[in-house]
Ligand binder design. Sequence first.
Ligand code: MN
Ligand code: MN
Length: 322
Amino acid sequence: MPSLSPDTRPEPVGPVDGQVSPRYAGLTTFARLPRIEDVPRYDVAIAGAPFDAGVTYRPGARFGPSAIREASRLLRPYNPRLDVMPFRDQQVVDAGDLPCNPFDITRAAKEIEESAHALIRDGARLITLGGDHSIAYPLLRAMHRVHGPVALVHFDAHLDTWDTYYDTPLTHGTPFRRAAEEGLFRPDASAHVGIRGSLYDPADLTDDAELGFRIFHCADFETMTVADVVGQLRETIGDAPLYLSVDIDVLDPAHAPATGTPEAGGLTSRELLGIVRGLKGLDLVGADVVEVAPAYDHADITSVAAANLAYEYVSLCARTPR
Ligand code: MN
Ligand code: MN
């Protein structure tokens, strides 16, 4: 990506105009945006990571990127809640799917890290559509190579800081322990949001606490408002470069049935979108939405939620140009 001063940059190429070609027509890129090879430069790349060999229960998140892209056809150009035209004020592209070996998790992680790094090394932001949550580890490695340790806000029903599953160090239940061991995020500026459900042992919580995350349990939402959570998150993050990792199972199964390890008693999609919008103005460098497994969906509930979440990510980027 050539580095051009803002006044010599070409006008961003936006999505196909939904007033000219109806949104259900034509080829499927995210929000019908141009492909990365169609434009000379970009500010934000959206990529799929169709990998799901790291799951512990239901498989199927390898089909997440294509389902989220299909659901993203619904998106319109203006975001009224953030008062921004996210595809006009910056160049957003669909970078296709990152290479990831479907059988060898170590090799897939390396491929994801290298291809993600190639997309962001010149300063662009990356939004990744998973894939299972194991992809967050190579993505954080790529982020660390460019930005150093990031503030990590992790939305999930699950902690994802277990050590191993069946003696395997990289799975969708372990990415943030591997990331902590390598110092990829700032423990003092990081948080889990939406934790709930049954655990294996009380030590799951105490082992996690040693890694430094602030935790907002789903039960905390019985007494805290979305605005309370946003306020405390902003205090925690400060001015650190921010990475958002959202496991769609943070939503209640009523709002996201299509996922690998559903847990009752989750957030509503309104609460999740509200919290993410509340992070406007922070230095967002990258984000992912993972664990959408469309074979278990009904009427695209889950992929519509994920597509709208990715739209909020792009909108946050437009609010705060780097
Ligand atoms: Mn989860
Ligand atoms: Mn997860």
